[in-house]
Each structure stands twice: as C-alpha cells, then as structure tokens.
Design a protein around this ligand. Structure first.
Ligand code: NAD
Length: 428
C-alpha cells in the first residue's frame, strides 16, 4: 500500500488522538461517543451579487463541536478547499485547545468555499454579511463567538459584527473577536497566535535542553501566524533560515532578516516572491531541512507518513491546526522528534480572543503589557501542565494534551449532567 493511500482526513487524525486519550482515561462508551461528535452542524448555501451584476452561489459551514465549557469559539476560514470533514476537525480542536489552555469556551469552526483573492473588497463584504445573516441564530456573545482563520482578518470580523448588530438593533461587540482596534478589538490580538507560538517554541527548546540562543528555524506559511512567529523568534535571537508562502519557499542558511522581509512583503502585495539574499527551494524541501525547529504554520496534513521519515528537525511546533496527520505520529516518535501539538502551540490566538471578549463584555480596554503578560502566564502554565502530564503517563506531548483536555470536558459534562438530574429530581 502506498503512503498516500493510508493518509487520513483531518477529522480522522483528530479522532485517532482523541481515542488514544479516551482509552487511557477509560471513558465510558456513551460519553466517548458524545464528545467525539459535533453538537451541531450547520450547512448553508447563499447567493451574493458580484460587482459585475452576476449572482454567485457559495457553500458555507458552521460546526459547533462542544459548548460544555462555555460559548463555542472558533475561526472562520475562507478557502476553496473548505469541506465538512475539515471544519469538523477544526471545531473539535478548538474544544480541546480551550480546555487544555483553561479558557472558558467550547469549540466551533466555520468556513466558506471561496478564494478570497478572486474577490474585490466590496464582494468580500457582501459575502461576509450574507454568511452572517444566514447564521444569525447560531452566533451570539454567549452562544457562539467566531474569530479569524485562514483567509479572514479584522475586516471580515468587523463586517460580521456590524451585520449581527444591525440585525439585533444594537451594537454587540462581543459576538466576534479579532476585530480592528476601533471596532472593539484588543491590543495584541493580531499578533497573538504568532507570539504564542514563539513563547511555546522557546519554552520547549529550554525544556528539551536544545536552546542555544542561535537555534535554526524553518517556518512554513507567511500569513498571520507564520509571519509573527518568524518575527518574534528572530527578535529572540533565533536564526530563521527558511520561510515559505503558497507560491515561494526561501532559504538562507546564514539566516533571513525577518523585519526586512516583512517590509518587502508589505510593499510587494503581501508576497515574499522575489525577495533577494535568499535562494529559492522546493516547497517540500523546506520541511526536510536540517534545522533545530520546524514550524508548519500554513495548513493541515503537510507532514504525513510519506515525508515524516525524512524530517531532520529536532522539534516540530505546530503553528497551523493539524499540520501533522496521525499516521506520522509514531514515525516522528521513533525518530525522537518532539512535536508540540497545535492545541497547545497555537493557543495564543484563542487566549487573546478570550481577552477581547472579556474586554467587550466588561466595557474595558487593556494595555498591551497586560495582554502580553497574561498571555505569557497562561501559555507557560498550559505548556508546563502538558509537559508534566506527558512525563506522568509516559506519553507524547500531543497525547498528554488530549488527556488533559478530554478529561476536563468529560468531567464538566458529568458535573453539568448530574446537576441537571438533581434539579429534575427535586422538581419530581
Ligand atoms: P493566513 O491566511 O493568514 O496565512 C496562511 C499562509 O499559508 C499564507 O502565507 C499562505 O500563502 C500560506 N500557505 C498556504 N498554503 C501553503 C502551502 N502549501 N505551502 C506553504 N505556504 C502555504 O492564515 P493564518 O491565520 O496564518 O492561519 C494559518 C494556520 O494557522 C491555519 O491552520 C489556521 O487554522 C491556524 N491558526 C490560525 C490562528 C489565527 O489567529 N489566525 C489561530 C490558531 C491557528
């Protein structure tokens, strides 16, 4: 059988890890089933008038995986590859991510099958407003709170907030996070995921005894997560030797000047193509470079059983959601490559989203120092807890993170259920 044939979809990858943790926790069958399936799956189709007058149809999704720990929380992705299995996996990862990080949210994810680069800003606004209108009964500050993901950012979040507010006849900032600052956003949210990935990378390097101050790093993806991760690690003194986006992969073994590359990217229509002082390499080559740290920060399933045997990094830190498929786990473990899983590594985004939601709900505005201090504190605590659990169970960091997350959601679900039982018992 070829390695391609055994490659799994992201939801299957999520289930494989979930089931391993559920076995270790000896979760009873009905609870095991309940926690692996989404609570609600909403599939929509809507039409939008394009700038040329034509009507175009779009498929959209919003999947609520769990509301056990609080209102469901999760990004909205605009990409042509968006599909049900992917959104289901992303929604479940949000549940486990909030749980392991100690954020009082459940998990959800949404998406539209669209290439945002093919649409004008006016069209993107109409698409976002139509999506919001179709899901107006699902969203709500105490129900389901979206955020940005691939292909979306503060503009889309602002339109969503505005449309939802118009539908309700009042301003409701806390319905969405990742907004522009003057639309109720939080300082530090834009760069939060990348800042978090860099904090976790430095912690992991120190724990593993690999920190040299000059460790080499390759980052796949130069969008919100990849760009900020590369910048903060560069500022921390690490040597970023390779970066890539969807079109180009750049390599310089002596290190890339990331602030200069960001200037170039901003002047070059958000593209790294053509940046000098580097050599172009094949996309797949970036993943196989002899670096200390590999940070996949683009999309899921880029490291699979097919390329895992050839990876040379000592440490993989998952900036993206689901970049390592479950069929690669055992191979990486055998090669003694430590993987810091997505639900720990990229939790900086949901953490500062929680801060934004709190600020909106309390009508407060926090200083950047307060945001970053709290972010650092929460991530450090979460990483240490996962690290200690891994030692306790002799498990990988990924399985340790799932053990902590699944245990927390299961226990809360049981507490809620027995409370409900006692209420109905009293009523009887
Ligand atoms: P983005 O759209 O800002 O950037 C994605 C980047 O990946 C772009 O540079 C794109 O060109 C590049 N890319 C796409 N396909 C590629 C490929 N095959 N090879 C190399 N590069 C490729 O998206 P983002 O917000 O940075 O999200 C990236 C990942 O991080 C996603 O998995 C997302 O779910 C996850 N994530 C994002 C956040 C957030 O706050 N934005 C939080 C947690 C996790």
């Amino acid at each position: 059988m070829s390695t391609q044939a055994i490659q799994q979809n992201p939801f299957q990858s999520m289930l494989d890890r979930y089931n391993t943790a559920a076995d270790i926790l000896n979760l009873e069958p009905s609870l095991r089933h309940k926690l692996q399936q989404p609570e609600k799956q909403v599939l929509i189709n809507f039409s939008v008038r394009l700038d040329n007058g034509e009507e175009k149809n779009f498929d959209g999704y919003r999947i609520i995986h769990s509301t056990t720990l609080g209102p469901s929380k999760g990004g909205i992705r605009y990409d042509t590859a968006v599909n049900l299995e992917e959104v289901k996996a992303l929604a479940a990862w949000m549940t486990w991510k909030s749980a392991v990080t100690g954020i009082p949210f459940g998990g959800a994810k949404g998406g539209i099958v669209v290439d945002p680069k093919q649409h004008s800003k006016a069209e993107l606004e109409r698409i976002t407003r139509a999506y919001t209108k179709a899901l107006a009964d699902i969203f709500g500050p105490d129900k389901d709170v979206p955020a940005p993901d691939m292909g979306t950012g503060p503009d889309e979040m602002g339109w969503l907030m505005d449309e939802f507010s118009l539908l309700h006849g009042k301003t409701i900032h806390a319905v969405v996070t990742g907004k522009h600052l003057n639309a109720g956003g939080s300082l530090g949210r834009t760069e939060a995921t990348g800042r978090g990935v860099s904090i976790i990378t430095l912690l992991a390097l120190q724990k593993l005894g690999l920190y040299t101050g000059h460790s080499t790093v390759a980052v796949q993806g130069f969008g919100n997560v990849g760009l900020h991760t590369a910048l903060f690690l560069h500022e921390a003194g690490l040597k970023i030797v390779a970066v890539s986006d969807i079109n180009t992969a750049l390599y310089n073994p002596a290190g890339i000047n990331i602030p200069e590359l960001i200037l170039y990217y901003n002047l070059n229509n958000k593209s790294i193509t053509g940046y000098p002082k580097t050599q172009s390499i094949e996309h797949d080559e970036l993943l196989l470079l002899p670096v200390n740290v590999l940070i996949p920060a683009a999309k899921e399933d880029v490291i699979t059983a097919a390329n895992a045997p050839f990876i040379k990094a000592n440490l993989i830190v998952e900036g993206a959601n689901g970049p390592v498929s479950s069929d690669a786990d055992a191979i990486l473990k055998d090669k003694n490559i430590t993987v810091v899983p997505d639900i720990v590594a990229n939790a900086g985004g949901v953490t500062v989203s929680y801060f934004e939601w709190l600020q909106n709900s309390l009508n407060e505005s926090w200083a950047i120092e307060q945001v970053n201090y709290r972010l650092n504190d929460i991530l450090e605590q979460s990483f240490n807890e996962v690290y200690n659990t891994a030692a306790q169970y002799n498990a990988t960091l990924r399985i340790a993170a799932y053990i902590l997350a699944v245990k927390k959601v299961a226990q809360t679900y049981m507490i809620n259920r027995s409370l409900n039982n006692s209420v109905s018992f009293k009523q009887n």
